[in-house]
Ligand binder design. Structure first.
Ligand code: FAD
Length: 306
């Protein structure tokens, strides 16, 4: 119920405008975002690298409405790739196709993302294409398959699968048939019952089933969850199957379950932290509240603490 409320609020344009332009809103966003500028994300990546985590940096934003905005977003990612390379950071980038103009001009979006993957290839880096709501699922996967088939791109671009989607298993099989790297998550949007599991138990069971397939696949995948029970089950599974920690990585969001992040690193598991930054933080922030409404209370308390 509260999840649906927060997801509904994440799409409210007036609230978004108000929140993103107010000082108080920006203060709230710092709970889940590294800051507003490239340098803030780079500083966060440095700290996380020093802690033993690798990083994926997301320039916050989605659903741009014109080509100039899409080009601007792509430019920022090029700058980011240069910064990461210059500082020798263990960090790649994550992006959303609607931030690169998918709704405005799919051909432009294809060119912009393909150029980013070319850039990543040159500096031996990697581009993750985030997964958005279900109107974009097929388009996004088609995009990733196409990008992956461009000579030289293989291993430098990857997809995201959401375990709440009923189609997830078939999509995983297709991606694995081309050895495309996958980030597995549960899914952050509100989807109808005909295409997505609604019960947490079903989403979790599908997650574990798919994660085991990925861990055993011989391709390097990202297991993105903060669910301690699932993480424990997968650690046991990897040990029982003699799969080394270096065969895959766990992934978590910046600012979420920091203690668990540190514990995984201490135990020798690979951990990548997803670090969002930028001025367009509102929809991302509201989806984080939807995942754990108690966060709203926590943030409210901290806002008024001296
Ligand atoms: P849940 O069952 O939601 O939570 C398990 C436990 O984790 C909770 O009990 C709580 O202790 C903790 N927890 C979870 N979320 C929070 C939070 N926000 N704050 C505090 N504690 C929390 N979704 C997409 O749809 N597309 C993507 O491309 C995408 N990329 C992602 C990348 C990464 C690296 C991660 C970690 C998540 C990504 N997500 C993405 C979000 C994901 O789909 C889930 O919405 C989110 O991770 C919460 O699910 P969970 O697996 O942690 O399990």
């Amino acid at each position: 119920m509260l999840r649906a409320v927060f997801i509904g609020l994440s799409e409210n344009k007036s609230l978004r405008h108000f929140a993103e332009s107010s000082a108080m809103g920006r203060r709230m966003s710092s709970r889940f975002a590294a800051g507003l500028e490239v340098k803030d994300a780079v500083a966060a990546a440095k700290k996380l690298n020093a802690m033993g985590a690798t990083v994926s940096i997301d320039n916050l934003g989605e659903n741009v409405t014109n080509a100039a905005e899409a080009r601007e977003s792509a430019k920022l990612y090029h700058d980011m790739l240069d910064e990461l390379s210059k500082d020798g950071l263990k960090a790649n980038i994550s992006l959303k196709l609607t931030h690169m103009g998918l709704d405005v001009d799919p051909a432009l979006c294809h060119d912009l993302v393909s150029e980013l993957v070319d850039h990543a290839v040159k500096i031996d880096n990697f581009v993750r294409i985030d997964m958005e709501g279900s109107p974009y699922t097929q388009k996004t996967l088609d995009f990733v398959h196409e990008l992956h088939r461009i000579p030289g791109h293989s291993g430098h671009v990857g997809a995201v699968i959401q375990s709440y989607m009923r189609r997830a298993e078939a999509d995983v099989e297709k991606l694995l048939s081309e050895r495309i790297r996958i980030r597995l998550c549960k899914g952050a949007y509100k989807e109808p019952a005909d295409i997505a599991f609604q019960q947490k138990s079903e989403v979790d069971a599908n997650y574990v089933k798919l994660a085991k397939t990925l861990i055993k696949s011989g391709v390097y995948h990202g297991i993105a969850t903060h669910d301690e029970n699932i993480i424990n089950e997968l650690k046991q599974f990897a040990k029982a199957e003699s799969i080394p920690a270096s065969a895959f990585e766990f992934q978590m969001l910046y600012g979420v379950r920091r203690g668990l992040q540190e514990q995984l690193i201490k135990e020798g598991w690979g951990l990548r932290v997803y670090v969002p930054f930028g001025t367009e933080w509102y929809p991302y922030f509201m989806r984080r509240l939807a995942e754990r409404p108690a966060n709203a209370l926590f943030i409210a308390k901290n806002m008024f603490r001296n």
